[in-house]
Design a protein around this ligand. Structure first.
Ligand code: ADP
Length: 334
């Protein structure tokens, strides 16, 4: 018996879908959020109406898309999926809205990246279930109001602060997803290993969960890399030491920090003597978009105490210096 079965689930995207739990019960962790959402959905079901609009906020990979799909499934309604950047003109959104069925869920990922005109159209549609469709061009153009059936918008955002307040106010339920504690990620790794037919030895799931930056998507991705390692080394099962060796190859360190996290900390420490440094300077130094540094790296580095956000800029903590094997200089503030 080998670690991996012969079932062809090689495609990364396919297995991503395969790893998505399809019920609220199957969704691991986030107990408070699950209880709130369950109450909210039950009430809507009992009242037999489409529930209020839902906003899901939090760093990438924590389960926003998964939750949106679960909501649609629990309500037994279809789901339409789009994203802020995919909506280039208000007209794109108008045509989606005017084709929605009663009760349908409209999932808008990265909702903070929609053009302004589309945002305005969206609030009206969310509040009054109406969309104004423009007919004709130039001076002869007129707008025809079209009544929409009740539907539910689920917006996902990694930057809640970027949403204009009138749009934010249209959501009746806002959930903040937070990084997962190790024990929960360990359960998730065990579950995913089962789905992917990977046999993990003692301590392997724990080792993986400790290196996954509190993020389910990363845990699943690293699990696949451990699977590759086991296949290549012809192992019956992957043990904790295999996890360590496999992940060292992918430059994931003992704290679960990846190449970009380390680059950010190194830049603050070596180029800016520990900070403070502004976000844009920091992003330029590591060759990444500011938004990536802000939404992907920083939340975890701040939470784990490697970095602080101060009014003057980003500062590396003592812990960051020590993690890089350096002696903190005197301008460091913990
Ligand atoms: P987001 O939309 O927040 O970026 P996703 O919903 O796409 O994140 O989740 C990323 C992956 O992690 C998915 O493939 C999903 O299978 C898995 N995942 C996320 N949260 C959970 C959870 N709570 N329980 C089980 N799997 C999860």
């Amino acid at each position: 018996l080998k670690v991996v079965s012969a079932t062809p689930i090689d495609d990364e995207n396919l297995s991503d879908e395969e790893l998505r739990p399809s019920t609220l019960d199957g969704f691991i962790g986030q107990p408070r959020l699950k209880a709130q959402l369950s109450l909210f959905l039950n009430a809507a079901r009992k009242r037999d109406v489409a529930p209020d609009h839902i906003l899901l906020a939090g760093p990438p990979g924590l389960g926003k898309t998964t939750l949106a799909m679960i909501v649609a499934k629990e309500l037994e309604v279809p789901i339409r999926i789009t994203s802020g950047p995919a909506i280039q003109h208000a007209g794109d959104l108008a045509s989606i809205l005017s084709s929605l069925e009663a009760g349908e869920v409209l999932f808008i990922d990265e909702i903070h990246r929609m053009p302004r005109a589309a945002e305005e159209l969206l609030y009206i549609a969310m509040e009054d279930f109406r969309v104004d469709v423009m007919v004709g061009k130039g001076p002869g153009a007129s707008s025809i109001p079209l009544t929409l059936p009740r539907f539910t918008v689920i917006g996902a955002t990694t930057r809640e602060g970027m949403l204009p307040s009138p749009l934010r106010a249209r959501f009746g339920f806002t959930a903040h997803l937070d990084f997962y504690p190790h024990e929960e990620l360990e359960k998730l790794v065990d579950r995913s290993a089962g789905v992917l037919h990977i046999t993990l030895g003692d301590g392997a799931a724990e080792e993986l969960s400790l290196r996954s930056r509190g993020t389910p998507r990363i845990a699943n991705r690293l699990l696949r890399r451990v699977r590759d390692w086991a296949i290549v080394h012809d192992l019956d099962q992957a043990c904790a030491s295999d996890v360590k060796s496999a992940l060292a190859l992918y430059q994931i360190d003992s704290e679960g920090l990846d190449r970009l996290d380390i680059a950010v900390l190194k830049a603050i420490v070596t180029n800016f003597n520990g900070g403070p440094v502004g976000l844009n300077n920091l992003a330029a130094m590591v060759g990444e978009e500011s938004e990536t540094v802000e939404t992907v790296c920083e939340p975890y580095l701040v939470r784990e105490g490697f970095m602080m956000r101060t009014p003057k800029g980003r500062v590396a903590t003592d812990k960051a210096w020590r993690h890089l094997g350096l002696q903190p200089t005197k301008n460091v503030r913990e």
